[in-house]
Design a binder for this molecule. Structure first.
Ligand SMILES: *Cc1c(COP(=O)(O)O)cnc(C)c1O
Length: 419
């Protein structure tokens, strides 16, 4: 059996059917910002417009990251009762990079798990404050926070992801989607505050993605909305949890998307680019006050501890990735890519909704994308894209040259035309 035949028979892919799977392609190599595909015996090199789901910001086969992985003394040891330099140094680095005050770190093994931990922290912190009745979460429509059940409960309720889970998921409180930049922030803020006031006694935390809502629809909203969230949280004693898993580490043009508004959360989730696209890693940072409140709850501890918590390989490559982020000058790269995306996608504005923010370019069609046709059209331009719903979008690796970005834009235009 060929790889593809066995794959088709036996292997689940993300959000896929096992009886009628969409086609997949075999990758035989990844180097720089290029993927090598085996196209029925023919080798094809394409520019990666997705950064492997927004994680591989430095690209592939990066000498510094490869060397870091080879340098480890051990790959993994349990984190219960043990600690090690890679985990401690990574925590130190994250605290230094994070908005001031976020200085307690929980290392998790994926973004979804970090969201579960953040939710648990919020509920436990409220218990520690003597408010055990606060067990719900206030969020906004249009969000995406992961695929585990707690994370799913705060995803957009109409986004298809959990329409079939009514009665299974925790019932959270959903406010309207925040307005696009320049929209009616005051009107939205009034509605948000009214909803918050109505549910104040039962809400533990506000959980949102700052400024850019990713897999829930690639919505960009006015950063001023974040200040409303902070004020509302303070007024009612909610924790403010910001999910920076997609937006963190410079993707939107600031190191943290919350920096666009100068807002500091009580709890922050990071992931995706944290593992530099090499290994799965996420983290939850919180304030000393939240940590103390959690620890004052009846269990006296944060009740979470994944088997692979603090994985030494992942922490080591994460540290090397953060070194590269600084050494390569992420801010200039993201600005450069932002200009390239704005130029390369400008011609589509008459046909479809185009939005760019930092190293993110989004084209929203007026119909669901034909995934197979759009993917093929982008590949014919030498670009790997993965459209979803009515969206063709790109999050290029920061390591892309101007020519790579121009090529990606050609791929997006072709996908839009075909899809
Ligand atoms: C991808 C993503 C997650 C989930 O992370 P996984 O590592 O896939 O579990 C959560 N929140 C946001 C904003 C994300 O983009």
């Amino acid at each position: 059996m060929t790889l593809l035949d066995y794959d088709r028979e036996h292997l689940w892919h993300p959000y896929a059917s096992m009886t009628d799977p969409a086609p997949v392609r075999v990758v035989t190599g990844a180097r720089g910002v290029h993927l090598t595909l085996d196209d029925g015996g023919r080798t094809r090199e394409v520019v990666d417009g997705m950064s492997s789901w927004w994680a591989a910001v430095h690209g592939y086969g990066v000498p510094e990251l490869d060397a870091a992985l080879r340098s480890v003394d051990f790959a993994h040891v349990m984190f219960g009762g043990l600690t090690h330099a890679p985990a401690v140094r990574l925590a130190e680095r994250l605290v230094a990079l994070a908005p001031a005050g976020l200085e307690r770190v929980f290392l998790a093994d994926s973004g979804s798990v970090s969201v579960e931990v953040a939710l648990k922290m919020a509920l436990q912190a409220q218990r520690g404050r003597g408010r055990a009745g606060r067990t719900r979460v206030l969020t906004v429509r249009g969000g995406y926070h992961g695929d585990t059940f707690g994370a799913m409960s705060v995803c957009d309720p109409d986004g298809g992801m959990h329409a079939m889970w009514t009665g299974v998921l925790a019932q959270q409180v959903f406010a309207p989607r925040p307005p696009a930049p320049g929209g009616d922030v005051a009107g939205w803020a009034a509605a948000f505050e009214a909803l918050a006031a109505a549910h104040a006694d039962e809400v533990a935390a506000i959980v949102v993605e700052p400024v850019l809502q990713g897999a829930g629809g690639m919505w960009v909203y006015d950063p001023a909305c974040l200040r409303t969230l902070r004020e509302t949280a303070d007024r009612h004693g909610f924790l403010l949890v910001l999910d920076e898993i997609a937006t963190g580490f410079g993707r939107t043009g600031e190191l943290w998307a919350a920096d666009h508004a100068g807002v500091v959360p009580d709890v922050m989730c990071v992931g995706k680019a944290l593992g530099a696209g090499y290994l799965t890693l996420a983290a939850v940072l919180c304030t000393a006050e939240v940590a103390a409140d959690v620890s004052a709850s009846e269990s006296g501890a944060l009740m979470h501890g994944p088997t692979f918590m603090g994985n030494a390989l992942a922490c080591t490559v994460a540290l090397a990735g953060l070194d590269l982020l600084e050494a390569r000058g992420w801010r200039d790269d993201v600005r450069r890519i932002e200009r390239g995306l704005a130029d390369g996608l400008a011609g589509l504005a008459g046909l479809a909704g185009v939005r760019t923010l930092g190293a993110v370019g989004v084209v929203q069609l007026d119909h669901p994308v034909d995934l197979v046709a759009a993917t093929d059209a982008a590949l014919a331009e030498g670009v790997w894209l993965r459209p979803f719903r009515d969206l063709v979008y790109t999050m290029p690796p920061y390591a892309c040259s101007d020519d790579d970005v121009a090529r990606i834009c050609a791929g997006v235009r072709a996908a839009v035309a075909a899809g």
